[in-house]
Design a protein around this ligand. Structure first.
Ligand code: GDP
Ligand code: CA
Length: 330
């Protein structure tokens, strides 16, 4: 079984860790031997202190590789912050983005390889090997090898009209209303190696409960991705990132407001309506009406631990299986 998933950071990574646990524990040999390909969001990427930082790719890599700070959801376990304190002593900017020492090593290694001319996809592969990801039948593909950065149009006092997504999200805590969210560089970007193929040739495509605007939405903007999702014969099943109509963490509501979309399970499904076949929502959000062609299932969607995430991922695969054997898709 070939499973392809689109993922942002923490929500995507926690779902994917559950997916791997669910596959490993499955009675179904097809699931136990499944290959998982993750298409990661690179819109959050930023250059800090001359280092290329890819927060969403790293969150997935650390989480699946067992190196994540689980209480925080991002960054490395057993982290120290000596380098950051030294940078602050020099007055080096910015100081609002947390970079731990172990994490910095990842960015140094990445930047060195990028500097040698390797594309981000190859660099990501090298970094993932350290975490044993290919051995676990998981591949992590950046959505594109081209530099794309999500910027947010805001009214800031210093006269700038837009800031990097990270500055809006981390420094401003999304507290300043976003007028627009723009993927800078997307016009000239193309999908990374294997990205479109892995969607077209998948047996199942999953949308983890990642941010629908700045994670999944950015990946959907990569030329060809949306068409590949519309064209794939695989059932496409999504997991809603809202529980009780609210984001579980982060500011997805502020992102949805910025694009003029209501914060509801129904409205998020609407963003995917041209390709979504199945939609897992929390029980609290299951009441309709729902579009007739969308298979909606309610269940608890809080990923409180790996087992809970595994149960959600298993339910997503079950729904995909149901859709796959439905006469309309045969
Ligand atoms: P980020 O890049 O670190 O912000 O992570 P993602 O984009 O992958 O995921 C963020 C989304 O995950 C947020 O909108 C959250 O509401 C959602 N999320 C986080 N934890 C849970 C959970 O336990 N259940 C569900 N359904 N969604 C979650
Ligand atoms: Ca992110």
């Amino acid at each position: 079984m070939r499973i392809t998933a689109l993922a942002g950071g923490v929500g995507g990574a926690r779902f994917l860790r559950g997916l791997l646990a669910s596959l490993a524990a499955s009675d179904d040999p097809a699931r136990r031997d499944a290959d998982v390909t993750v298409i990661g969001n690179t819109g959050d990427d930023i250059t800090l202190f001359g280092l290329r930082v890819c927060p969403d790719l790293d969150t997935v890599m650390y989480t699946l590789g067992g190196g994540i700070d689980d209480s925080q959801g991002w960054g490395r376990a057993d982290e120290t912050h000596v380098v950051q304190a030294e940078l602050a002593a020099y007055g080096a900017q910015p100081q609002w983005f947390g970079l731990g020492d172990r994490d910095i090593a990842t960015h140094v290694a990445r930047s060195q390889l990028l500097g040698l001319g390797l594309p981000l996809s190859e660099v990501t592969d090298v970094l993932c090997r350290r975490w044993g990801l290919p051995a676990r039948r998981v591949r992590l593909l950046p959505m594109t090898d081209d530099p794309v950065e999500t910027h947010v149009v805001v009214d800031v006092a210093d006269g700038r009209r837009a800031v990097h997504f990270q500055e809006w999200w981390v420094r401003m805590q999304a507290g300043v209303p976003a007028e627009q969210i723009v993927a800078v560089g997307m016009d000239g970007a193309s999908a990374g190696p294997g990205v479109l193929e892995t969607i077209r040739k998948a047996d199942v495509v999953l949308l983890p409960p990642s941010n629908p605007v700045v994670s999944i939405g950015i990946i959907l903007g990569v030329p060809g991705v949306r068409d590949a999702l519309r064209g794939t014969v695989a059932p496409v099943v999504g997991v809603c990132p809202l529980v009780g109509g609210r984001p579980v963490r982060g500011h997805a509501d502020a992102c949805l407001t910025a694009i003029g979309v209501e914060t509801s399970a129904r409205a998020v499904a609407g963003l995917y309506e041209d390709f979504l076949d199945g939609w897992l929502v929390d029980d609290a959000d299951a009441a309709g009406p729902w579009p007739a062609r969308l298979a909606v299932r309610g269940r608890p969607l809080l990923m409180s631990d790996v087992d809970a995430a595994a149960a959600i991922a298993g339910a997503a695969l079950d729904l995909a299986g149901e859709l796959d054997s439905a006469p309309a898709r045969a």
